[in-house]
Design a protein around this ligand. Structure first.
Ligand code: PBG
Length: 324
């Protein structure tokens, strides 16, 4: 027989030799939830193993993650007070701002990426300011987000990650940051962010479930693929340094198309619902934990993602990180 592909699968060393893709721990970003009110800290029932941290716990967790070889965290704040206009979001003394400064002080080499959105800060749970009909006002929301970005920059953030899906926000944020002398702060844009059912557990974690309606008026319609390319192209044109596809598993075709079309680094967000469904299966003994997680990471890398945001980042790093 002339062709025997099995020849290269015979031993672990042979398989490693011809392995096409690897997911280095350096490509991973671990999301962290930090609460302003200590009584809000604690486990998240739909995300076993993930917790809402107090400021001190969040900083300690960043130190631990850095020790495992993880270089970047994505910060989500849960403020003590919410209102209709997200007034605590741009507060220099806000919980995300304090977490950024605290992490940079404790582990200066750790990259701090701050999710930039209003849904954790509004009492109605939508990602922006509402008009009289309950629709999110685009341009007013963008103006507010630029204030938050400037505040995060003053706190020392490395990367801001707008996740609101308003039109024109990347250009506005870039202009605001540059205007304040923060030209080194990078923008990782949630560019192709779909109106997904897989954000459910996150909304429990962040208390950001919309009190009425849904996010379909601003997040993308799941069946659309060409539109994702348009969103990504617009964000790159507006100055995004990194573009993102979110969620991950049901959208790996989008990651692949984007990889083939754009040179910009691509991030993929393996979201809360994807984490929850796998954890649920692990708990029941229906899936093998370590192999499943490794295969998951391989799928993201193989689809073309450079950066993987995942609640499994710490778990993966424990087994594959070199440690520090
Ligand atoms: C904020 C935001 C959300 C997520 C990241 N940023 C929630 C949403 O859009 O409803 C989801 C993350 C996850 O599910 O893990 N807009």
């Amino acid at each position: 027989m002339l062709h025997r592909p099995r020849r290269l699968r015979r031993t672990p060393a042979l398989r490693a030799l011809v392995r096409e893709h690897r997911t280095p721990v350096e490509a991973l970003v671990m999301p962290l939830f930090v609460v302003e009110r200590e009584s809000d800290a604690g486990p998240i029932s739909s995300m076993p193993g993930i917790a809402r941290h107090t400021l001190a716990q969040c900083i300690a967790e960043a130190e631990r993650l850095f020790g495992l070889g993880i270089n970047a965290v994505l910060l989500f704040g849960i403020p003590a007070h919410k209102d209709a206009v997200a007034s605590r979001n741009a507060d220099d003394d806000g919980i995300v701002q304090r977490a950024i400064a605290g992490i940079k002080a404790a582990v200066p080499e750790m990259l701090t990426i701050a999710d930039l959105c209003n849904c954790e800060y509004t009492d109605h749970g939508h990602c922006g300011l509402l008009d009289e009909r309950g629709e999110v006002r685009n341009d007013e929301t963008v103006a507010l987000l630029t204030e938050v970005a400037r505040s995060y920059a003053r706190a020392g953030v490395d990367v801001v990650a707008p996740s609101d899906m308003m039109d024109g926000r990347v250009a506005a944020i870039r202009r605001a940051l540059d205007g304040d002398g923060f030209s080194e702060v990078a923008i990782m844009a949630y560019s192709a962010k779909y109106a997904s059912a897989f954000y459910g557990p996150f909304r429990e974690a962040a208390g950001s479930t919309p009190q009425f309606g849904d996010r379909r008026g601003y997040q993308m319609d799941p069946p659309n693929a060409r539109e994702a390319m348009r969103e990504i192209a617009l964000d790159i044109d507006e100055g995004a340094d990194i573009v993102m596809v979110k969620p991950a598993l049901p959208y790996l075709d989008i990651v692949r198309s984007a990889r083939d079309r754009f040179e910009t680094p691509i991030a993929v967000y393996n979201v809360s619902g994807e984490y929850a469904m796998m954890e649920a299966a692990f708990e029941r003994g229906w899936l093998e934990r370590e192999r499943s997680i490794d295969e998951l990471m391989a799928s993201f890398t193989r689809a073309g993602a450079d950066i993987i945001i995942s609640y499994f980042a710490a778990d993966y790093a424990l087994r594959h990180g070199r440690g520090r």
